[in-house]
Structures are given as structure tokens and as C-alpha cells.
Design a protein around this ligand. Sequence first.
Ligand code: PEP
Ligand code: MN
Length: 363
Amino acid sequence: METSAQTKNRTILGLKLTGPLIIAGPCSAETEEQVLSTAKQIASLGKVNIFRAGIWKPRTRPGQFEGIGSIGLEWLKKVKSETGLPSTVEVANVKHVYEALKWGVDFLWIGARTTVNPFSVQEIADALRGVNIPVLVKNPVNADLDLWIGAIERFHKAGITQLAAIHRGFSSYDKSQYRNKPMWEIPIELKRRMPDIPLICDPSHICGRTDTLLATAQVAIDLAYDGLMIESHYKPSSALSDAKQQLTPEELGKLLEKIVVRVTSVEDRKFISTLEDLRDKIDELDNNLVQLLANRMEVARSIGACKKQSGVTILQNVRWSEIIQKRTIQGVEKKLTAEFVKKIFESIHHESIFQQEQIMKEK
Ligand code: PEP
Ligand code: MN
């Protein structure tokens, strides 16, 4: 990881760091061999501060791997004694808390599906009264900043002094670009309202894939996040959960190498977050545009088939003039120039004729 000369030494969650806090490890603990091999490879990178592994997995649909359970906590203890890496696990109820504490887990994290429920958060917070363990609170699945802040406050009120927020994106029906939309303005506002709470980005659950991880992690670092949580598995393709988004430890090392840490001013942060959100909107619109054009050509091919059957010519001049006229008026009303609308529709018409010709040529 390239770091600028200005990067200061600092303490996050009790750990002394010179760069961002890096949490990495598999989505889930599966076997002792998987946990220990992955952890050893991750530790040998010399860049990771905390080892993560899900022990109890909240799955969207039943019948999937729901976590190995408490036995995995023994493996995490071995990870610590063999590699020195402290561990973090997700706790979603009081039983998880007791088990994790019993096995000496170093940090607890609250999953996105738990943060949405103040009853669950309060129960966990109450179980932690008098225990000084750092707690990392993931954002709720829905885009509700107050719910996220509320969960952090519940732990604070229960006496937890070391807290951090993890941004893992927000669920939406459209999963074309992100598994969970980043909506950068929400964590940025959290940072403005809670400047002392370290903010960590989980690009793995935002992206849901590996090819866009680096770009998303870099945005987070450019927005002055305090750290990253990235899923890494020694054999990602055979992972029992989140196989598509996990990196091998080697790939993780390369990604961490490529991230550039810069010093960011507060104004820059607002600018970067706004720009990223606007770019996401453009990407989504472009995606819809291509889909709409594909749908339109599909209909054009059906028209071609009808014309072929009835022996009618492809070019229907009256209809074509009508389309251009109607769409130019509509476009101008919506602040587009007439020239632009004309060019676009000429191009669409051209493609439409080409597609119909292909149908005519078919035997
Ligand atoms: C996870 O970290 O594997 C996980 C289940 O995350 P989230 O709560 O963000 O969905
Ligand atoms: Mn996961």
C-alpha cells in the first residue's frame, strides 16, 4: 500500500497503526484447515490487523450454510496463537455474545440484519454491560442513518468505549452494479455527526464480486475512511458462502499494494462522495438505456417478421416521419436539443432497419 508522507501514526480500536486498519478473512469459518491456512497466508502478507470469520451466518434463504457454530471459535483461538492475529466475529444474539467472550474473541461485529432491529441491538448491548470489548457496527440493510447511529448509541450507553462503524452498502432490488449500493453520502454524514467513530468500508459486501473491489476500496480511502474489511478465502470458488466476492490471500495482498492513501480535506470528501453517487446514477441510467434499446430492437425484429409474412417493405416513410416529429417535440419539452434527438433517432432507425433486414434474409 502506497502511503503519503503525511499519514500519521494513530490508534484505532486500541491498535497502533501507520495506515488504514485492515480486517480480512473468510466470509465464514468452514473447516479448521480452511481457517488456519487462510489465516496463515493472510498473516504472511504483513498488512492485515484483524482476522474476520463468520461463525453464525445470517442467510437470506433457508437451506444454505448457516455457519459452523461455536467449534469455529476454537479455530480462531488457534489462529491467534499461531499467527498473532486477533479475531472478530459477528454476534446476532446473546448466546453468540457469551460464546464469543468465552473463547476470547477480540472484537465483535454487528451484522447489517441485526442493526435494523433495536430490540436485538439492545439485548446484545445489555449482555455486554461491564465487558470492555470493541464493537463494530455494520450499517443496517436499509438506507436509514438514524438506525445506524441509534445502534452505535445503544452500545455507547451500555459502556462500550471502543466503537467503529462498518459501511457495507444498502440493499436494493436492482443488483446490476452493486450487491449493496454504497450511497456514499450516508456514511459521510455519519462521519460528520460522529467524527470520533472510526469508519471502515466493507467493499466485499458492497460489490458482491471481485473485479470492482479495488475501485470501491480506493473510493473509501479517498473519502478518508479509517479502514477496510475485505473477505478472503484460501479457495474462493469452493467457499460455502459469498464465493463470488472473496479474494485469495495473494489477490488480497495485490489489492492492498495498489491502494493509494492520500490526505483528504473535508471539502474533498464531500466532493468525492457527491461525484461517486452521481457516477453511479449515470451508470445505472446507461445500463437502462442499453436494455431499452435491446428491447426496442427485439420489437423491431418482430415487426420485420410480420412484414416478411405479409410481403410488405421494410421502410415505411410515413411512420418514420411521425416518429421523428413526435420524439423531437417531446425531447425539446424535456430540455434536449432538436438536433440531438434527431441524431439519436436516425441512428435507432438505422439499426432497426438493419435488424429487420436480417429477419428478411433469414430463410
Ligand atoms: C458478513 O460480513 O459476512 C455479513 C454477513 O455481512 P452483512 O451483515 O454486511 O451482510
Ligand atoms: Mn459474507
